[in-house]
Design a protein around this ligand. Structure first.
Ligand code: CO
Ligand code: CO
Length: 322
């Protein structure tokens, strides 16, 4: 897709579409750069208020992933007016409003079109100091890798769509997906992370591959340290709830990842699982990593963990070991 777009270059453009980063960054002055992004998707949960919250958290995340501070947002709605009541739309917008309030990022407008299928998302504008942008392509060998939310939301929201998820687990994935990446973002700026990205459709391994590719390094992941929702593994073993996107990730990454034999197919699927509004993947120098982990836990980002390390480039981009 990116290859089909005409090359854009401008002296003030600090991050453009060619690096597969989370947002575009444009330098306004010596001290301020704009961070701009848009993300729109179809519902991942049944509750319209929760869908609004998740969509907002997901859209804000691309600014957080670059170490930026979101400042304003615009709603985008694709609305099937024949089948959906206005009350449902109002609930979605209320959810997005509450999440953006939590992020201190006012919604300043938006646009609605009539569509066959419900779609919702936000375009978010943020700011960042031009020297403090955290890209996905500057990870260094020796860095420790952090993940700040558990995996498995793709499999679990697919099960939810099939009516196979209990209330408890539904609540759990809703909490995970609607959680803002604000605190880990602020902390990674404070601790001067070398690189970061957020985990979304390409799954942990897909986004790790982009980070490794862009940085000219390889990555070693510790299978036992990667946080995931245990219900996702149970459902994977029962079969049938793997989202199409996760299969695509597996196919695409086939020759870029190796696993030790003691990691079974079901576990591998969790690492390939396409996420919605996942956590941040953060690469930070080893001398800061213990303190950074403590700061994350003390600030309430309780699922965050050190999941691996950056190594010198080798034949495969990613090695997952147990
Ligand atoms: Co992103
Ligand atoms: Co995005």
């Amino acid at each position: 897709m990116i290859g089909m777009l005409p090359k854009v270059s401008h002296p003030n453009l600090l991050v453009d579409i060619n690096t597969a980063d989370d947002a575009g960054v444009y330098k306004l002055t010596e001290n301020i750069a704009l961070v701009q992004t848009i993300d729109v998707f179809t519902p991942v949960v049944d509750d319209p208020y929760d869908f609004g919250r998740i969509a907002a958290a997901n859209s804000l995340s691309d600014v957080f992933a670059m170490g930026g501070k979101p400042v304003t947002a615009l709603n985008f709605v694709g609305y099937p007016q024949k089948i959906l009541s206005l009350e449902i739309l109002a609930e979605i917008l209320r959810g997005a409003y509450d999440k953006t309030q939590e992020a201190d990022c006012p919604i300043v407008g938006g646009h609605t079109i009539v569509d066959d299928e419900l779609k919702f998302g936000l375009s978010v504008t943020g700011i960042v100091h031009p020297d403090k942008i955290i890209k996905n392509c500057e990870a260094k060998p020796g860095d420790k890798l952090f993940l700040t939310k558990p995996l498995g939301t793709g499999i679990l929201s697919t099960a939810l769509k099939s009516g196979k998820l209990d209330q408890n687990t539904t609540r759990k994935i809703t909490d995970v997906m609607s959680q803002l990446n604000k605190i880990p973002s602020e902390l990674m700026v404070k601790y001067q992370a070398n690189a970061a990205t957020d985990i979304t459709g390409f799954g942990l391994l897909g986004h790790t591959n982009e980070l490794a590719q862009g940085s000219g390094v390889s990555v070693l992941l510790y299978a036992d340290s990667i946080p995931y929702l245990p219900e996702a593994l149970t459902l994977t073993k029962e079969g049938g709830y793997i989202p199409g996107g996760s299969w695509d990730n597996k196919t695409f990454l086939q020759d870029k990842v190796t696993f030790t034999d003691n990691i079974d197919e079901h576990e591998r699927m969790i690492f390939f699982d396409a996420q919605t509004s996942g956590g941040l993947l953060i690469s930070i120098s080893p001398d800061k990593s213990e303190e950074f982990l403590r700061a994350l836990h003390e600030s309430g980002v309780k699922d965050s963990a050190i999941i691996g390390e950056v190594i010198q480039q080798e034949e495969k981009k990613i090695r997952v070991e147990r």
